[in-house]
Design a protein around this ligand. Sequence first.
Ligand SMILES: C[S@@+](CC[C@H](N)C(=O)[O-])C[C@H]1O[C@@H](n2cnc3c(N)ncnc32)[C@H](O)[C@@H]1O
Length: 297
Amino acid sequence: MINKDKIERINFLARKKKAEGLTAEELEEQQSLRAEYLEAVRANLKSQLDSIEIMSPDYEESYTEEDKTHIAEMNEKLAVEYEDAKRKERMSITEAGNPRKPQGEAGKMMIERMNESHAEMTAWALDKLDLKPTDKVLDVGCGGGAALKRLSGRIDGGKLYGIDYSEVSVEASKELNKADIESGKMEIHQGSVSKMPFEDNQFDAIITVESYYFWPDLEEDMREVFRVLKEGGTFMLIAEMYLNDDLDEHHIEMARKFELRNLTVDEFKALFEKTGYKETKIHLKDGKYWICVEGKK
Ligand SMILES: C[S@@+](CC[C@H](N)C(=O)[O-])C[C@H]1O[C@@H](n2cnc3c(N)ncnc32)[C@H](O)[C@@H]1O
């Protein structure tokens, strides 16, 4: 049961983390309190939704015009409140789970949610990736492993690799792709993009989804990806947003809150050229801020 004392303790730990950092025990306590808090938010949201009575359209004929206007206004208000509550819930899971390096129970929950929330964008981008069934493909910052699972259907005779420096992400990717790992079709490694445990010129294709925001030294890390890519191979960088004049408040807030790197289209082009890619193609999705940058070595 989350009570006032626990909320105060959560706030105290958050302030202390900012000011001077937390001990290992305090970090563990913080994660467990946050997980408990998120459960309580969920339960609360669910009970609010369960108590909403949906009016049957059969009665509509007996409504006065005034009733109808009132119902329409209430529905609109509820829809806005519901979307807002969902966004807040997503934000608090992301915050507790730490997208930079997923950790603890909240990290597991966040990664599970990302597997779903990134699915449409990942499918949109990966459909553009030219692959042969016998290709060797690497996913950098593989998170919960959903992109690898998606690619598995296109690989036959080739092999898939994932790498992520978060233990929680590696475990989640392994769990989701158990059968492919057992059959030898996939390997998941724990390690940083900055120093990958792969020989030069290994992969026909390398992808990264929603991860470059956090890489410690972008130019150096791009060179490390380039090193392990085969001559003629493709590197595909996929991100939910890029910096542009139309970016909405929500994305600006996300970038600020999670200290996300955010490049413009021109900066992406320059970065890929500087890394050594011979050809760079940029795909943008209409009505979204999605970007998919393809570089050919
Ligand atoms: C926002 S999650 C995205 C996960 C997944 N690609 C997806 O689309 O759902 C970012 C992932 O990148 C990983 N990551 C961030 N920096 C990394 C680095 N320097 N080396 C390896 N992985 C990194 C994080 O651990 C995390 O799993």
